[in-house]
Design a protein around this ligand. Structure first.
Ligand code: INI
Length: 179
């Protein structure tokens, strides 16, 4: 059995972040703890690119555009959709989650769903708070894990099994000639 897994060593990786301006009092905290999470794992500030969008509804298109540049090992999507008195919440949150998932598959680049969907403002605040749920920091960790695991798989994808077999056969110690 072969076990493949990602790591938290983010050295040399590049990340895109799409962050919604709507509910900025929450999303600015998600952004700062996400950036802190990335840099504390070895990502250089120059290797992080942030794009702001009006609201969570606009995240998928921009996330897909960033991913399609192939400049990023993962794209992190940050937003906060908070339930109000109308069904608006349901439309925005459903489209953000569906769109981000679809964008990742279309672009073939990992995307992280760091969009809070909460019943109350208080729930959103405590989820963004670094000393509580720290969802921004969690998004950073998930992005690093996905970027590193995809890198492992892509090396495999580019190396056909026949080449691997030939290489490992060459590495094997030569057999001793029969006496
Ligand atoms: N956008 C959010 O990111 N969060 C919300 O809670 C929200 N609510 O509740 O309305 C919201 N609406 C704006 C939406 O994302 C779009 O920006 C807007 O509809 C323009 O397309």
């Amino acid at each position: 059995m072969k076990l493949r897994k990602g790591s938290q060593d983010a050295t040399g990786l590049r990340f895109g972040i799409v962050v919604a301006k709507f509910n900025k009092f929450v999303t600015s905290k998600l952004l700062s703890s996400c950036v802190e999470g990335l840099t504390s794992h070895g990502v250089k500030a120059d290797d992080i690119e942030v794009v702001r969008v009006p609201g969570a509804f606009e995240i998928p298109l921009v996330a897909r555009a960033m991913a399609r540049t192939k400049q990023f090992n993962a794209v992190i999507c940050l937003g906060a959709v908070i339930r109000g008195d109308t069904p608006h919440f349901d439309y925005i949150s459903a489209e953000a989650s569906r769109g981000i998932g679809q964008a990742a598959l279309d672009a073939d680049v990992p995307m992280i769903f760091g969009v809070l969907t909460t019943h109350t403002i208080a729930q959103a605040i405590e989820r963004a708070e670094p000393t509580k749920f720290n969802r921004g920091g969690e998004a950073a960790k998930s992005a690093i894990e996905m970027a590193t695991v995809m890198r492992l798989l892509r090396v495999d994808e580019e190396t056909p099994v026949s080449v691997k077999r030939t290489t490992s056969a060459k590495k094997r110690a030569p057999r001793k000639p029969k006496a």
